[in-house]
Design a binder for this molecule. Structure first.
Ligand SMILES: [Zn+2]
Length: 450
């Protein structure tokens, strides 16, 4: 029996189609997860359909989060590193990870998914790289949590095989172990179908914690299995300086030699690149996961969003880990992207529509899902976030759509993923957050040593 969903009474439908149409008084019909009809005015009468009354709200394609470390929400606002830049901050987190176990990844993922979904996210990446005591169980728990929440989950399988002043032996897996674990995860969870809710990308953590061999071998494996590649790159000036000192090369040179400068690779942060590197990233149609809040929090710098986009790169959005954000509100991240670009280049440098595009269709493109997701169009999967058009934060707003980012970012009233209602009237359809938060607080207390 096909399942039909009728979403009606959309005051505004921000389609993000090629014309960037915004429809008024709109409705959307999906059957078995696929959008079949988009219309305005009088809604169709569909017998047996599930109805979702948007009550004049604003419908958007589901927001896409392309970079995160969910386990970090167990150490939000971690006082010992409150004022540290990236390397001091990373170093200050490692003692916490020594006590972590897969059940912590599970509950942290549940909390992260709840935050993301309430902020409009329907597809997310997590870049998990804590495998203390063995690689089994951690990401398996994350996929299970994602199934429970009904979100599209892309695991960027982190890996480190190089010790440093930040990461000692017990944090590092080793080359062969990491590659074998990556392959096992792909066998178990990577679904390449267009409808997929579950994918795996290969993601050595950064050039200072992963060897050239790990980069090269993961690129080879990605080529063999049709996977995407992800890593941190260009986050700080210190990374450039250390790369030059240790390898006699810049970070992009290391990636190029390992076969990483190609379509299907997306880089977290992408701040510190010279003009030639920006041109190359664009020419190779690579992606950048822009994480403005983290970049401001750690004082890392400002991503050259407009230069990268003009060069041909896909710039998407990431909330990054919850110990450097220290939240996971994706609509708020779009607001930060808008404001930070304006700080750097003036009020005309980014419109709300540009920031929403980065948060939706560019996110889908960054993850290789642009044919089936990222906009509301007939034939695509029904992933939608619906925000209230009238509430306290937006009261008095002239342009209701622009108010999504210019006013205080809100939570969704409804969220639909693959044609399934996950949040209705601001309430979870089948999730009880209270026991999750109780387990989360207990796990945080244990890790923080309290
Ligand atoms: Zn990160």
């Amino acid at each position: 029996m096909p399942q039909t969903l009728l979403i009606h009474n959309l005051g505004y439908l921000v389609t993000m189609n090629d014309q960037r149409s915004i429809l008024r008084d709109a409705h959307v019909v999906s059957t078995d997860g696929r959008i079949e009809l988009i219309g305005t005015g009088c809604r169709p009468s569909l017998e047996g359909a599930i109805h979702l009354d948007a009550k004049g709200g604003i419908g958007l394609p589901g927001l896409v989060n392309t970079h995160h470390h969910m386990i970090q929400n167990l150490v939000r606002s971690w006082a010992p590193i409150a004022n540290e830049p990236l390397y001091g901050w990373l170093k200050g987190l490692t003692p916490v990870w020594r006590k972590a176990r897969p059940a912590d990844a599970r509950v942290a993922t549940e909390v992260a998914l709840a935050e993301l979904m309430l902020s409009g996210c329907t597809m997310t990446v997590d870049h998990h790289y804590v495998f203390v005591g063995g690689s089994d169980g951690w990401i398996e728990e994350q996929f299970d949590a994602a199934r429970q929440f009904g979100i599209r989950f892309h695991s960027a399988r982190g890996a480190m095989d190089t010790t440093s002043e930040i990461y000692q032996d017990w944090m590092v897996e080793g080359l062969d172990a990491a590659l074998r674990a990556m392959e096992r995860l792909v066998d178990q969870f990577h679904d390449p179908s267009p409808a997929s809710l579950s994918r795996v990308a290969l993601a050595p953590v950064a050039i200072l914690s992963a060897s050239a061999d790990l980069y090269r071998e993961s690129a080879r494996l990605a080529g063999d299995r049709g996977l995407r590649l992800h890593t941190h790159c260009g986050e700080t000036q210190a990374e450039r300086e250390r790369a030059l000192r240790l390898f006699g090369k810049l970070p992009m040179d290391v990636l190029r030699s390992a076969g990483w400068t190609r379509e299907g690779t997306w880089l977290a942060h992408g701040i510190h690149f010279n003009d030639e590197e920006v041109a190359e990233i664009g020419r190779q149609k690579m992606g950048i996961s822009h994480c403005p809040t983290c970049n401001m929090r750690l004082g890392s710098g400002i991503c050259r969003v407009n230069d990268l986009r003009s060069a041909g790169a896909t710039v998407a959005l990431g909330v990054d880990g919850s110990a450097s954000n220290d939240s996971g509100h994706l609509l708020a991240e779009a607001r930060q992207a808008l404001l930070l670009t304006r700080v750097a280049h003036g009020a005309g440098a980014m419109r709300v529509s540009d920031a929403l595009e980065i948060a939706t269709r560019e996110g889908a493109k960054c993850l290789g899902r642009e044919k089936e997701l990222g906009s509301i169009e007939v034939g695509k999967w029904a992933d939608m976030a619906i925000f209230p058009a009238e509430d306290l934060a937006s009261s008095g707003a002239h342009d209701k759509v622009d108010a999504l980012l210019l006013c205080l970012p809100r939570q969704v009233s409804h969220l639909v993923i693959h044609g399934r209602v996950r949040i209705r009237e601001g309430q979870w359809v089948d999730i009880d957050l209270n026991p999750i938060l109780e387990r989360h607080r207990a796990a945080a207390r244990r890790l923080q040593g309290g």
